[in-house]
Ligand binder design. Sequence first.
Ligand SMILES: [Zn+2]
Length: 118
Amino acid sequence: MIRRMSEAYNVMEMLVYEITEEILKMPNINICKCKECKTDIMLYALNKLPAKYVRTAKGRIYSELETLKRQYKVDVLRYVMEAVEVISRNPSHKSEDEEFIDDLDKFLEAFEGTGKIL
Ligand SMILES: [Zn+2]
């Protein structure tokens, strides 16, 4: 059975998400803003940044988010900008016809049904 740890949350994801949204709203950013490209941008940045897991509780997530913002905002901005450059040069949906997964839980459920082992 594939399990996601719902008790733990990587707060870095939230910071990367916020900053990616901010950057993509900037008028001089020339990149495809589809869900797939946006996800690719966030993944690129997340893979360069340290994960910061906290227990999934609103208070903890928000207080850790503030700390992360102070410590990592510059790094996150740098990696998201770098990601925008890399992904705009080579968006994954143009080079291959990859179907994007909208609902990860449904996908994992279906995947489990096939009986394959990851
Ligand atoms: Zn796109």
